[in-house]
Design a protein around this ligand. Structure first.
Ligand code: UDX
Length: 479
């Protein structure tokens, strides 16, 4: 690379919070190390972000070496609310985005020197090829989640999935032990991924997941939001397969550390949903470790029955809880998205705060929060590890099962609810996690140890800090 030139990363995440958030954090980190960043959202999300408090400043503000662009996603407005909207979006992006992305890159100054994409937008690897620049994939799950997703192809080829019929969902078949995924301990078939549960031999979701994960082999580097000591065995196995694996997480911790150094206005807190600031004031009024935080990320949809079981289980725990019920969480609830029984609202009004969305990292790191009831999405899990908060897991989709398996059995920092929510189990788990019993104490001690390990990894001299250095070096070298 010529004297005075700096690498320029064009970054394009799949357009949902679970991908945008970590990619934004990676963008901040690269920028803080001198990399020029063009962050590309879809036009739809760009408009959404502009409407958020502080969104205009973050997106339009002049910031040397960091700018936002947008490309159309090709989706009609009525398709955004269809039950299969994520599938439609996935297909539409593949049809629509490659040409505008390539065009953006060609017009960019300084010239784009690499493309960084998240999972599920592997077509952007072709864009990098067309531009003749290297590509890097930020795969947004844990390393164990990635290793398991990579093996969906073998599971299909060896006949483990698709399932023969409906009875296989409940007859114990999903307990079949799988002991041949390198670096992963023996796990239940059902814990590998939600996608093994299909009955459909042509399952689109299964093929997409396995194709997207395997396409990472085409990239010049794989970036993971994890840290070495958390997943050492599976990372050793992945490093034997992928020549360049960069473990730079937890990204939330690393980005927080970096934004102290770089004092420019940042994208910290930039969110597709408006955050309810009042919940932090509500937390301020509670004693240390007393509040259960309940949230299921940006994609989970639950039935009204499951919502009611959860609500009564929380109410019966008699503990204070902060519950995020985002629009769309409850199937068929429409505008009345709370859909909670009036008696529940009345009974819990002195100990429950319901928000549509919150500043989750801030909430998890608030001293009043003593536990997290989560869907085990990887960003939430990594944020909770960084905050040292033990979890009650209720996984339902994709990598969430394997994350919760590790949370409970490998890291000792959580409990798991059955798939069918029952109020008694919810109450019992809340008591076990937050009460004074031995198991709760042990989980809190383990959580404190992992928090310290996450902080050490992202501090100067730590493994994630060093891995980011290597990534930036590579970006400089590979022009
Ligand atoms: C998706 C998949 O569902 C998940 O399995 C995969 O691991 C990542 O991509 P999502 O379901 O949204 O993600 O969950 P998660 O990964 O936990 O990401 C949610 C993000 O939204 C987190 O960064 C969290 O901090 C943020 N969030 C959530 C908020 O900022 N406020 C909220 O109120 C709730």
């Amino acid at each position: 690379m010529g004297e005075g030139r700096r690498p320029h990363a064009m970054m394009f995440p799949f357009p949902c919070s679970g991908h945008i958030n970590p990619t934004l954090k990676l963008a901040e980190l690269l920028h803080s190390r001198g990399v020029h960043v063009t962050f590309v959202n879809t036009e739809h999300n760009h408009e959404r972000l502009l409407r958020r408090r502080g969104g205009g400043g973050a997106l339009r503000g002049r910031r040397e070496g960091f700018r936002f662009e947008s490309v159309p996603d090709g989706l009609r407005d009525d398709e955004r609310h269809a039950p299969d909207s994520t599938v439609r979006l996935y297909l539409s992006l593949r049809r629509t985005c490659a040409a505008p992305l390539a065009e953006l890159a060609r017009r960019a100054s300084p010239p784009v020197t690499c493309v960084v994409l998240s999972g599920l937008v592997s077509f952007a690897l072709d864009v990098a090829d067309e531009l003749a620049v290297p590509s890097f994939v930020l795969w947004g799950t844990s390393a164990c989640g990635f290793a398991c997703t990579l093996r969906l192809r073998q599971l299909r080829q060896r006949g483990y999935t698709p399932l023969k019929d409906e009875s296989y969902l409940t007859n114990g078949y999903l307990d079949t032990p799988i002991d041949w995924i390198a670096g992963v301990p023996t796990v239940r078939l059902g814990d590998i991924s939600s996608f093994v549960r299909t009955l459909d031999p042509t399952s689109f979701a299964l093929r997409v997941e396995e194709d997207e994960a395997n396409s990472c082999a085409r990239a010049d580097g794989l970036i993971l939001n994890t840290f070495d000591s958390l997943e050492s065995d599976v990372l050793d196995a992945l490093r034997a397969e992928f020549p360049r694996v960069y473990t730079i997480g937890p990204l939330a911790a690393a980005a927080a550390a970096a934004t102290h150094i770089d004092r420019a206005p940042t994208t910290n807190g930039l969110s597709l949903w408006e955050e309810d600031a009042a919940c932090v004031a509500w937390l301020d009024a509670h004693p240390a470790g007393s509040v259960l935080y309940v949230s299921f990320g940006s994609l989970t949809v639950m039935s009204p029955d499951a919502l009611a079981e959860l609500a009564w289980g929380l109410a019966d725990s008699r503990r204070p809880f902060l519950w995020v019920i985002r629009p769309g969480l409850v199937a068929g609830a429409g505008d009345n998205h709370h859909a909670l029984p009036e008696k529940f609202i009345e009974d819990t009004k002195d100990r429950c705060f319901i928000a549509e969305w919150c500043a989750q990292e801030q909430v998890l790191r608030h001293g009043a929060v003593g536990g997290f009831l989560t869907h085990s999405g990887w960003n939430s899990t990594a944020e909770s590890i960084w905050a040292g908060v033990a979890m009650i897991c209720w996984p339902g989709f994709a990598d969430q099962y394997i994350n919760s398996r590790y949370v409970r059995d490998e890291w000792g920092i959580g409990l798991r609810l059955d798939e069918e929510l029952r109020r008694e189990q919810v109450t019992a788990h809340v008591e076990e996690l937050m009460g004074g019993g031995q198991r709760g104490e042990e989980m809190r001690r383990s959580a404190a140890r992992w928090k310290a390990a996450a902080e050490a990894a992202t501090a100067k001299g730590g493994s994630s800090y060093g891995s980011l250095d290597k990534l930036v070096e590579q970006l400089r070298r590979l022009e």
